[in-house]
Design a protein around this ligand. Structure first.
Ligand SMILES: [Zn+2]
Ligand SMILES: [Zn+2]
Length: 238
């Protein structure tokens, strides 16, 4: 979970640390927030998903078609556990197969839940469901806030929490994405979609190797104004 810092002297804000995304549709699974230790400009690295799955998923209705007579008693117990039927209901169901055991499940998922099921089942495929995460494999991406994030009205998360739209507008975060993509220095050969952070320059001050995902909680020296005024903030919104 990212941790946010705010400078009481120059009002710089930044966050460092990692979090995962809930929406994977862009092909990125998580993000690491970084700060330039030379100037305080906020950056982030988007981590590409290595696997975006198949184009679509097929789910099934699971039908009980029949059973071997020697398993009848066990089958009836299993159906009772599954559905809570009473004996009369079970007899009636078993005499009138097929019986729908489950709908819209994967084969593996159903078998995992019912490993010892003794009946003969048929998996009836349903129309394929598009996989919202499917798409081309992306490369890791480096992005920047472009300049140090300075706000007298509070830290970034305080502004968002308080819905301080005027202050957010001044920071160019109103509805628009404040993050700009940066070109990264290799290697990006073959399947190596990653880059070395140590080779990357800050988009603002151009210092190489100063981008860090760590900021010691007790380090109070602000990377922008160099005064010992940095505060560790709680309440980062995830
Ligand atoms: Zn400062
Ligand atoms: Zn910098």
């Amino acid at each position: 979970m990212p941790i946010e810092y705010h400078c009481k002297a120059c009002f710089l804000s930044f966050a460092v640390g990692w979090e995962h995304f809930f929406d994977l549709s862009e092909g990125y699974g998580s993000v690491t927030y970084l700060v330039c230790s030379a100037c305080g400009t906020w950056h982030r690295r988007l981590h590409a998903l290595a696997d975006r799955g198949p184009p679509s998923f097929t789910y099934y209705d699971v039908l009980l078609m029949g059973y071997e007579p020697r398993w009848k008693v066990i089958l009836m117990k299993q159906l009772r556990t599954m559905f809570g039927f009473n004996l009369a209901e079970i007899r009636q169901k078993v005499a009138n197969l097929p019986l729908v055991l489950a709908t819209k499940v994967s084969k593996a998922g159903w078998r995992d839940l019912n490993p010892d099921f003794v009946g003969e089942v048929h998996f009836e495929p349903l129309p394929p469901q598009p996989n919202p995460v499917y798409g081309p494999i992306q490369s890791d991406r480096l992005e920047t806030w472009s300049k140090p994030l300075i706000s007298e009205a509070g830290s970034y998360s305080q502004l968002v929490e308080n819905d301080a739209m005027d202050a957010l507008k001044q920071l160019d975060v109103h509805l628009e994405n404040p993050w700009s993509p940066m070109s990264v220095l290799g290697p990006t050969k073959g399947l190596n979609r990653h880059f070395e952070l140590a080779n990357q320059a800050c988009s603002h001050c151009r210092v190489v190797g100063a981008l860090s995902s760590d900021w010691p909680e007790n380090k109070q020296t602000c990377p922008a104004c160099r005064r010992d005024a940095l505060e560790f903030m709680l309440g980062w919104i995830t």
